[in-house]
Design a binder for this molecule. Structure first.
Ligand code: ACO
Length: 329
C-alpha cells in the first residue's frame, strides 16, 4: 500500500461500564403497580433493572464507566482529548454532564460536550467522535452513554415504569492509521437518521423552555414497536450497502437493549444468526444511551467480542432518531 491510501480510523481500544448497586426486580414492580413478572418477561425479556441511589447522578455513573474504559485501554485521563456524553438525563440543564465527568476525571484539557439523541445517543456519539478523530483534530476520545431514567419515569404508569433502568457504559476510540479498506480495525461506517414528526409517540412532557419542569417519559409503546424494527433494518442495510459487508460476515450484532422481542425481530428481518445477537436487556432493562456500551462491555469482558471481529451496532430512540455503526474491533 502506498501512503496515499492510508487513512485515519477510530479504533476501539477500551470498553467499560457501571451499574448502580440497587436492583429492582419484576417482583418488586408487581408490588408497586398492577403488573407481573410473567407479563414483563413475555413482552420485553426484562427481569431486573438498576436504580441509582439518592444523590447518585448521571455524571457519577458516567465517570465510573469512563474509568473502567480507560483501565481497559491502559490509558489515563491525560491521554484523552475529547469526551462526548450521550444522555437525555443530564445532572443539570447546564453545564454539560460531559464537563462534570471531565472535572471528576481531573482533566482540564481537551473538549467535552453532551449530545442528545435519546436511545440512539451512543451511536450518534460514536459517529461524531469518529469524524473528529478521522479529521485529525483529536486523537483519543471517550464516548460515554450514561442515564438515570429512573428520575424521569412516572412510577405510577405500568406501561413505561417496567421498561427502564439506570446505568452507564463507555468506550475509548483512538485514531490509528488504516488503509481505507473494510479489513481495517476501527469504525468502518456510520449511518444516522432522524424524523421529528414522531415526537408524540415517545417524549418527555417537560423541559426548561416549555414547562420549567423536568417532566416524565410518555410513550405509545405499540407504535414505537412497529417503527423500531423497520428503522433498525434500514440503517443496518445502509451500512451493508456502504461496505459490501453482509449479515453472514458479521461476528456480532449489538442492538439497543430496549426489548428482547424488538432485538430478535430485527435480527431475523436482517438475516442475522441468533447466535450473533448480544442481548443484556434482561439484566438492566432499557438504559437508553447507555444500553449499547453496557452490552459491549459484557460481551467484551466475557470474551465473546475479540480483536478483528465485525460488530454491528444499531439503535432507535425518541425523536425518532435511529442509526448504525459498523466496527471492526
Ligand atoms: N403489566 C401488565 N399489563 C400491562 C403493562 C404491564 N406493565 N403495561 C401495559 N399493560 C397492558 C395494557 O394496559 C394493555 O391492556 P388492555 O389490552 O386491557 O388495554 C395490554 O397490556 C397491552 O398493552 P400494549 O401496550 O398494547 O402491549 P404491547 O404488547 O405493545 O407491549 C410494550 C407493550 C412492551 C411497551 C411494547 O409495546 C414495546 O416494547 N414497545 C416498544 C417500547 C420501546 O422499546 N421503547 C423504547 C424506545 S427507545 C427510547 O428512545 C426511549
Amino acid at each position: 500500500m502506498t501512503t496515499q491510501n492510508r487513512q485515519l480510523r477510530s479504533v476501539v481500544t477500551g470498553v467499560g461500564s457501571y451499574l448502580p448497586s440497587r436492583v429492582l426486580t419484576n417482583a418488586d414492580l408487581a408490588a408497586m403497580v398492577d403488573t407481573s413478572d410473567a407479563w414483563i418477561v413475555q413482552r420485553t425479556g426484562i427481569r431486573e433493572r438498576r436504580i441509582a441511589a439518592e444523590g447518585e447522578t448521571t455524571s457519577m455513573l458516567g465517570e465510573r464507566a469512563a474509568r473502567a474504559a480507560l483501565q481497559s485501554a491502559g490509558l489515563g485521563p491525560d491521554d484523552i482529548d475529547l469526551i462526548i456524553v450521550a444522555t437525555s438525563t443530564p445532572d443539570y440543564t447546564f453545564p454539560s454532564t460531559a464537563a462534570q465527568i471531565q472535572a471528576a476525571l481531573g482533566m482540564a484539557h481537551g473538549a467535552a460536550f453532551d449530545l442528545q439523541a435519546v436511545c440512539s445517543g451512543f451511536i450518534f456519539g460514536v459517529a461524531t467522535a469518529d469524524k473528529f478523530l478521522r479529521s485529525g483534530s483529536h486523537r483519543r476520545a471517550l464516548v460515554i452513554g450514561a442515564e438515570t431514567f429512573s428520575r424521569i419515569i412516572d412510577w405510577s404508569d405500568r406501561a413505561t415504569c417496567v421498561l427502564f433502568g439506570d446505568g452507564a457504559g463507555a468506550i475509548v476510540l483512538q485514531a490509528q492509521q488504516g488503509f481505507g479498506t473494510v479489513e481495517d480495525r476501527g469504525v468502518l461506517t456510520t449511518h444516522l437518521r432522524s424524523d421529528g414528526r414522531h415526537r408524540a409517540k415517545l417524549y418527555v412532557d417537560g423541559g426548561p423552555s416549555s414547562t420549567q419542569t423536568v417532566g416524565h417519559l410518555r410513550m405509545k409503546g405499540r407504535e414505537v414497536f412497529r417503527f423500531a424494527v423497520d428503522m433498525t433494518s434500514d440503517v443496518v442495510k445502509d451500512a451493508f450497502a456502504a461496505t459490501g459487508i453482509t449479515a453472514a460476515d458479521l461476528q456480532w450484532f449489538v442492538p439497543h437493549q430496549a426489548n428482547r422481542r424488538i432485538i430478535d425481530m430485527s435480527a431475523a428481518k436482517l438475516g442475522i444468526d441468533p447466535h450473533k445477537v448480544i442481548a443484556t436487556v434482561h439484566l438492566h432493562g432499557n438504559t437508553s444511551a447507555a444500553s449499547i456500551p453496557l452490552a459491549l462491555s459484557v460481551a467484551h469482558d466475557d470474551g465473546r467480542i475479540k480483536r478483528g471481529d465485525l460488530v454491528m451496532l444499531e439503535a432507535v430512540g425518541g425523536g425518532f432518531t435511529w442509526g448504525s455503526a459498523l466496527i471492526r474491533w
